[in-house]
Each structure stands twice: as structure tokens, then as C-alpha cells.
Design a protein around this ligand. Structure first.
Ligand code: C5P
Length: 289
């Protein structure tokens, strides 16, 4: 990779602060309502000129993923080339630092795909961003959210997005008990697919205001995920015991998040929870945007 022209793009973790399942579509996908935020912690993608298209991974979770077209980064690259058939798009070298656990409810693969779309569009000077928005849902239900990578409400299968302003920055701890969870399996295990919608979001919420809203909302996938991966209960218990003001599972799990009064409190909780649990993923971070 040519060091002079390497371009870096963050692929942040996506946290579903709340996720309500409000219906089911004829194609089998579920209608959701979710408030999602993104964190400073995440994967990192870099793009530079290549002799031919190249893709490599490093970082703690690199060995858990294929580097071929089973990888959403490669699928994003191929989809983008197909979307610009008449345009010369020179070969690229893409490197992914994989810090987020796989199949863990925080959008790792989707965020990598979205970061690849953003980085490649910048690298190739593709001024018109609209093909990116059209490609995103075809790569995965969470990719449109991850393409936006800012606080948002998402509806439909996740493709109808409304940016949200005025949320407080949250000090957060992400905890995964070292288990991968299959998203389709969690949706299949749902007891109810027609739940109440999200309560209205308060305008310019303080931390207390947001915590009140969170207490009135849910993650409708949590009970189903717990039935598949009971270790999720241990993560939630560890977060609550460490002083989190609020704890919940993100997405289809198994990663759970805790919200703390300060980043320092989150860092201290990270140390306490990591102790004696070497196979857990534990990351203190803050939300962005
Ligand atoms: O789109 P993606 O491949 O990320 O979705 C994974 C699976 O999660 C789908 O095959 C589907 O079983 C389930 N899903 C769903 N409703 C959604 C999002 C995902 O049923 N809104």
C-alpha cells in the first residue's frame, strides 16, 4: 500500500440503545424501531492504491473472519464497482483493523461495509453519494445505519433513517461474554413480533432524561437472545454490579452496554469486569456525534 495516499476511515461500533420489533414483512424481515448511537471504539479501515485489489486484516478479531467475498468489505467493494460500470476505478489495497467481536450485535461487519463504501467513494472521488445509499441496504439491514454513523432513529428493516440531534454524549462500557450469536436465530426465537412502538424521544435530553426514556423502552430481542446465549445475563449482571446507571443488550446480542456517569467510571468498571474474565470482550468508550 502506498503510504502517501493512504486514507483512514473509522468503522465504529453501533449500539442500539433501544430496539422494538413492531411487525414482520412478507419477505421475512422484521419491522423495527431503534435508537442507535455510535462509539469512539471500533474497527479501522484504510484504503490506498494497490497493484490489484487487495484486502488484509489484522487486530484481535481478524482471525475470526474470512478475507474473501464472504467478507462484507469485499462485497461493498464489488457492489461499488458494479454501481459505476463506465467509470475507471483503479485497484485498491484495503486493510481492516478488526477490533470488534464477530456476530455480536454491535454492527461490526455492517460498519466495516459502510466504512468501505465511504472510504472508497473518497478515494475514487465519487462525488455523487446517492449510489452509496442505494447499495447499503443490499449489503445488510444495518448497513444504512452504519453508513450514517451518527445518532439516529431507524425504522423499516433499518433502512428508514432519521438523524437525531441533542443526545448527551454517553460514557459507555461494551461487554461481550465471548459468545457469537446468530441474528436469524434470535429473530426466529421471538415470542412476539408486534410490540409497542418506541416512546417519543425527548428533545435535547439530559443524561437523566435519556435514562428515563431508556427505562420506558426495550430491546425486544433480549429475551430471545438470552434463551440462545444465557451468558448474556452474566454480562448484564456484571455491568449492573459495576455501577452502570443503565445496562441493556445491543442488537441481537450478545454484546451488552452499560452507561456510566463519567468516562472514568466506565474505565474503572472495565478494569473490574475484565479481572478474571480473560475471554470476555470489554471496552470502555464514549458515544460520538
Ligand atoms: O440483513 P442482514 O443479513 O444483516 O440480516 C441478517 C438476518 O437478520 C436476516 O436474514 C433476518 O433473518 C434477520 N433480520 C430480520 N429483520 C431485520 C433485520 C435482520 O429479520 N430488520
Amino acid at each position: 500500500m502506498n503510504a502517501i495516499s493512504v486514507l483512514a476511515e473509522a468503522a465504529p461500533a453501533k449500539i442500539n440503545l433501544a430496539l422494538h420489533v413492531v411487525g414482520r414483512r412478507p419477505d421475512g424481515y422484521h419491522e423495527l424501531e431503534t435508537l442507535a448511537v455510535f462509539t469512539e471504539y471500533g474497527d479501522r479501515l484504510s484504503v490506498g492504491h494497490g497493484e490489484r485489489d487487495e484486502f488484509s486484516m489484522h487486530g484481535p478479531y481478524a482471525a475470526c473472519l474470512p478475507a474473501d467475498d464472504g467478507n462484507l468489505v469485499i462485497r461493498a467493494l464489488e457492489a461499488l464497482r458494479m454501481a459505476f460500470p463506465g467509470v475507471r476505478l483503479p485497484p485498491v489495497s484495503i486493510r481492516l483493523e478488526k477490533n470488534l467481536p464477530i456476530a455480536s450485535g454491535i454492527g461490526g461487519g455492517s460498519s466495516d461495509a459502510a466504512a468501505a463504501l465511504r472510504a472508497l467513494a473518497r478515494h475514487w472521488n465519487l462525488d455523487d453519494a446517492s449510489p452509496l445509499a442505494a447499495l447499503a441496504p443490499r449489503l445488510g439491514a444495518d448497513v444504512p445505519m452504519c453508513l450514517a454513523a451518527r445518532p439516529l432513529l431507524a425504522r423499516g428493516a433499518g433502512e428508514r433513517i432519521e438523524p437525531v440531534s441533542g443526545l448527551p454524549q454517553l460514557a459507555m462500557l461494551l461487554v461481550n461474554p465471548g459468545v457469537e450469536v446468530s441474528t436469524p436465530q434470535v429473530f426466529s426465537a421471538l415470542a412476539s413480533r408486534e410490540n409497542a412502538p418506541l416512546p417519543p424521544l425527548p428533545m435535547n435530553a439530559s443524561l437523566d432524561g435519556l435514562l428515563g426514556w431508556l427505562a420506558a423502552s426495550r430491546n425486544d430481542l433480549e429475551v430471545a437472545a438470552l434463551s440462545i446465549a444465557p451468558a448474556i445475563a452474566e454480562s448484564l449482571a456484571a455491568l449492573r454490579a459495576s455501577g452502570a446507571a443503565f445496562a441493556r443488550m445491543s442488537g441481537s446480542g450478545a454484546t451488552c452496554f452499560g452507561i456510566y456517569e463519567s468516562r472514568q467510571a466506565a474505565e474503572l468498571a472495565a478494569k473490574a469486569i475484565s479481572r478474571g474474565r480473560r475471554d470476555w470482550f470489554v471496552a470502555a468508550t464514549s458515544t460520538t456525534g
